[in-house]
Ligand binder design. Structure first.
Ligand SMILES: [Zn+2]
Length: 180
């Protein structure tokens, strides 16, 4: 980024950027990540990664694919991680698997897996139908995580609502998976 661009940002002239704590951040916008078709955006620091990494992450999250799991996969891929998908030989067929590290990631929709958040609220109609069904999903999820734990696997659950903040997501993924 040139000095002129930095000055333009400081004056508010380039709306897709901002300066926070002295660091330049670029705004990314992702539509249709949610069933509600809400538009979401997040700021990602411009100067903590190499230009090449930055470009890859930006391309990854700008994708039009709407599946939460896909967002997480693209984010991991852009950060340089390689993984396997849906290993059938493991409890719960984890979405993303790092075999040699014995680590597995599940990406859960808040509604279907009963997350304690706004998107995870039970529907108002046909509660007799939905509640047992969704409760069962949540119980099954918990059992699967326990089974994986007993087999010596570490697990991470990423919730759909956590995809609002790509920067935080990238940091969490890196913390969990470890060094490349
Ligand atoms: Zn949620």
């Amino acid at each position: 980024m040139s000095a002129a661009e930095r000055r333009a940002i400081a004056k508010g002239g380039l709306s897709q950027f901002r300066i926070r704590r002295g660091r330049v951040e670029q705004r990314i916008v992702e539509r249709e990540l949610h069933p509600s078709n809400a538009t979401m955006s997040a700021y990602i620091p411009m100067d903590t990664r190499t230009p090449q990494q930055r470009r890859r992450i930006m391309q990854a999250v700008k994708s039009r694919d709407t599946k939460p799991e896909m967002i997480v996969r693209r984010c991991l891929h852009a950060m340089g991680y390689r993984y396997r998908l849906h290993r059938k030989d493991l409890p719960g067929r984890p979405d993303i698997v790092f075999g040699s590290r014995r680590k597995a990631i599940f990406v859960h929709g808040c509604f279907w897996h009963r997350h304690d958040c706004a998107k995870g609220r039970l529907p108002k109609s046909r509660l007799n139908y939905w509640k047992p069904k969704l409760d069962e999903n949540a119980i099954r999820d918990k059992t699967r995580l326990e089974e994986l734990d007993e087999l010596g696997w570490q697990t991470l659950v990423i919730w759909q609502c956590e995809l609002d903040d790509m920067e935080a997501l990238a940091a969490r993924l890196q913390d969990f998976v470890g060094e490349r």
